[in-house]
Design a protein around this ligand. Structure first.
Ligand code: G3P
Length: 224
């Protein structure tokens, strides 16, 4: 399973790109609105300079023609742009039209396996089931990821399953176990997922022991 960052914050993207684990980025209008002072195009182009992988940019039109127009415009910004459209009949129509022009799509706001099936039949490159928002209304969000993976595998549908609306570190593990191709993770959740107190303690102890050892050998301790 690949890890994408769910953010439009350039500093966060730069930081995680440095870790060597980042394969792409997803944005949405809410995330974009937090990036004051930059146009949509400038944000997407800047991200494309940092990350060599799919970068999702979301349309805001409600009709198919509007989504297709926006999608065409976004696709010119960079070859890695993937156009986000909602899980609606108009969205699936836009998926089909954009695919015919060679533009990849990410069907977002997916809350059921039926919606995921229809996105794949229309020719979506990525489907984004929203896990956390279903959990918020007392449903099992990860079940939609499991069902979607099962249906796609059973029917040889090539659409990638991207677990979205990830809220905590265990969601990442569950998405990987469910067979999701990608999890898109907010920066704070990713940061929490990197930490383990025993790793910090282990580094501290090894460093302390090495200092004693290197004193004996009259060497300098290794700087971490
Ligand atoms: O990118 C869309 C998605 O990941 C949103 O997450 O936390 O707003 O439900 P959230």
């Amino acid at each position: 399973m690949r890890i994408f960052l769910d953010t439009a914050n350039i500093d966060e993207i730069r930081e995680v790109a440095r870790w060597g684990i980042l394969s792409g980025v997803t944005t949405n209008p809410t995330l974009m609105s937090k990036n004051s002072g930059m146009t949509h195009e400038a944000v997407i182009r800047t991200i494309a300079e940092i990350v060599d992988g799919p970068i999702s940019a979301e349309t805001v039109s409600l009709d198919t023609a509007g989504m297709v127009d926006e999608g065409r415009r976004f696709a010119k910004w960079h070859p890695n742009v993937v156009v986000k459209v909602p899980s609606t009949p108009n969205g699936w129509g836009a998926v089909k039209a954009l695919k015919a022009e060679g533009v990849r799509t990410n069907v977002t706001l997916c809350f059921s396996a039926n919606q995921a099936l229809f996105a794949a039949l229309a020719g979506a490159y990525i489907i984004s089931p929203f896990v956390g928002r279903l959990d918020d209304i007392s449903e099992d969000g990860m079940q939609v990821v499991r069902d979607t993976v099962e249906i796609y595998r059973k029917h040889n549908l090539p659409t990638l399953v991207l677990a979205a609306s990830i809220r905590h570190p265990v969601h990442i593990i569950e998405a990987a176990k469910a067979g999701a191709d990608i999890a898109t993770v907010p920066y704070d959740v990713l940061l929490k997922s990197t930490k383990h107190p025993l790793t910090d303690k282990g580094i501290e102890n090894f460093l302390k022991d090495w200092q004693t050892f290197t004193t004996d050998q009259s060497e300098k301790p290794v700087k971490r």
